[in-house]
Design a binder for this molecule. Structure first.
Ligand code: ATP
Length: 333
């Protein structure tokens, strides 16, 4: 535990922002940053709409009561945004001027890999102190085992597929369920194992229609009364509709349906795991700043705090747990 007096770089005022795509657990993290900032006698500002708010000088004062009763709420009370203006040097210059004018000594940035790529550029041009906290439902950020939002999203997927399984089973249907993941198959992988899907199609592996047909025929010969194929939206063979069409031509035994889960995966009350992760990273982010850490993203690796430079977060690829694909395949027999 950091002593209340320990403030190696003399930080007095911090600002917290949420940027990029939204996800459940952001409010829990904002609350943790605000409350721990106050605990360490700092002034805390919130930035409305991420990097857009920095450019528009949209800062609000955050007190302990500003974050009352938000821990359990999805979305973000600070709002989030993507910012084309921050991609340009003039936008970043304006952001820097506003940060300096507001007397902000350091930022806590809740973002995904795109946001940290932005911070890498920003901090190479301007003297800005910051730490990042990883959030994304895709869980594809290098430097942490889990990002805020992923656990809730994957639980939403499992609950939805359990419901789809009930109706699929009653009508002897084959369902193709599309989940989020343009470049990453982590939602499909965990969601597929957690719901007992017959096949999991993800961008990280090559999808062969013949192989899916083989798996489905095997299930049919075992007298399965329903089957679920989970498809990450960025799968190389196309989206769920396209894959369902190709499979249907070769495998006619089942009545086939497609369900696209869409934005429900981004919303909802955060799971306990996400609330705890967000709380832990939020407090640790403030402590990291006070200890003098700078321009790094905090993460948890093997349940221990880790610090990764923005450059590494932006340029390195998180290892995909391919071992779990093998497990999924064994269990779908
Ligand atoms: P998520 O994965 O949840 O979508 P993200 O942080 O990856 O979150 P992005 O839309 O990729 O979301 O990035 C958020 C913002 O970061 C962008 O809108 C842009 O303002 C900024 N950003 C991204 N890349 C750069 C860059 N190369 N230079 C400057 N800013 C950038």
């Amino acid at each position: 535990m950091l002593s209340k007096k320990m403030n190696k770089v003399n930080i007095k005022k911090i600002a917290v922002l949420t940027t990029g795509g939204d996800c459940p657990g952001l409010n829990a993290a904002v609350r943790a940053v605000v409350r721990s900032g106050i605990y360490y006698k700092l002034e805390v500002l919130g930035v409305v709409r991420g990097y857009e708010g920095l450019i528009d000088n949209n800062f609000i004062e955050m007190k302990s009561h500003s974050v009352s009763n938000i821990l359990q709420r999805g979305g973000t009370v600070l709002k989030t945004a993507r910012s084309d203006r921050f991609m340009k040097p003039e936008g970043r210059q304006k952001a820097f001027e506003n940060i300096s004018a507001a007397g902000v000594d350091a930022l806590v940035v809740l973002g995904g890999d795109g946001s940290f790529r932005g911070m890498d550029v920003f901090t190479s041009e301007h003297k800005v102190r910051s730490v990042g906290i990883p959030k994304t439902i895709d869980n594809d950020i290098y430097g942490t085992d889990f990002a805020i939002g992923y656990d809730t999203a994957v639980n939403t997927v499992v609950q939805a597929i359990d419901k789809i399984r009930d109706t699929a089973d009653s009508h002897d249907r084959l369902f193709f369920v599309e989940v989020m993941g343009r470049d990453a198959g982590m939602i499909a992988l965990f969601g597929g194992i957690g719901s007992g899907a017959e096949a999991i199609l993800i961008p990280e592996t090559n999808t062969r229609i013949e192989r899916i047909v083989e798996i489905l025929e095997r299930g049919w010969s075992r007298k399965k009364t329903s089957m679920i194929v989970i498809v990450a939206e960025g799968d190389d063979a196309g989206g769920a509709y396209e894959i369902a069409r190709s499979v249907k031509q070769r495998f006619k035994q089942f009545d086939t349906r497609v369900s696209i889960l869409g934005h429900v995966q981004r919303g909802g009350s955060p799971s306990c795991a996400d609330r705890v992760l967000a709380s832990r990273l939020g407090v640790s982010a403030v402590e990291a700043l006070l200890e003098g850490r700078n321009n790094v993203m905090l993460g948890l690796i093997d349940n221990k705090l880790s610090y990764t430079s923005y450059k590494d977060v932006a340029s390195r690829k998180k290892e995909f747990p391919s071992e779990l694909m093998r497990i999924a395949e064994i269990l779908s027999l």
